[in-house]
Design a binder for this molecule. Sequence first.
Ligand SMILES: [Zn+2]
Length: 279
Amino acid sequence: MNRRRLLLLLLALLPPAATAQDRETPAPPAVDAVRFTVANAEFTLMHEMGHLLISELQLPILGREEDAADQLGFMGLFLLQQEQHSAEFYAKLMDVADYWRLEWKKSEQAGTPVPVWDSHALDAQRFYNIACLAYGSDPDRLDWVLEVSGLPVERALYCPEEYQQVAHAVGWFREHFKRRDEQPLRHRIRVLYDTPPGHLPGGAELLRKIRASGELEAVARRASEAFDLPRDLTLRMTTCGAPDAWFNRIGGELTLCYERLAYFRELAEELPRLRSAQP
Ligand SMILES: [Zn+2]
């Protein structure tokens, strides 16, 4: 049976759609620039931690590493957040998807050629991939994700399964590569902060807030304790001259650029316009 016929059959078998009142489906959350910035900073950190773990633990990867790092980054958000079934948490997942939609729309408006050769999925695909995983993580409560993202039913139907596959893979690797209780803590990830440049608007304030949150230290500690890392590693906040982030596998250093966080804050201003336009 081809995919389209299967889809039509599945649609016919589905129970009639429940009304919003029946299921008390939450409404789409309001746009919030601070939440958008934090969510995307966390996703960037967890995506790069994905590269770090793939490289340091020699995780077996099927498919492209960048897709795997996005999936690890997405699941990493669940590990970071204590209260996962809150409206605030779901809103953060959609903030991460929306970042890729903003990049996609900006490039489209600027007429930038689509880098089909790139090792990353296209921005538009990263948007739909994250939106699909977000929806698939709790489809009964997240009808609004379909509405806000414009994710077509042809894809949405399979999102719960996509989410289950990713959750299963991450669960498997956490179990398979975990540091056993009897294993000593041999290596750690240390966190270093370079001074942000004077010309970066609000740079000093940004540094103060990141340090005060203690989030980088918490992520570094949890990863060091969860896995038997083969060497000491570094997580560095620094100035890069571009809104970037990467993991250097030779030096064993994960770099997060102040400019990237500042860029998220800047981009957040464009989000209300994007949301009010039809996807
Ligand atoms: Zn990457």
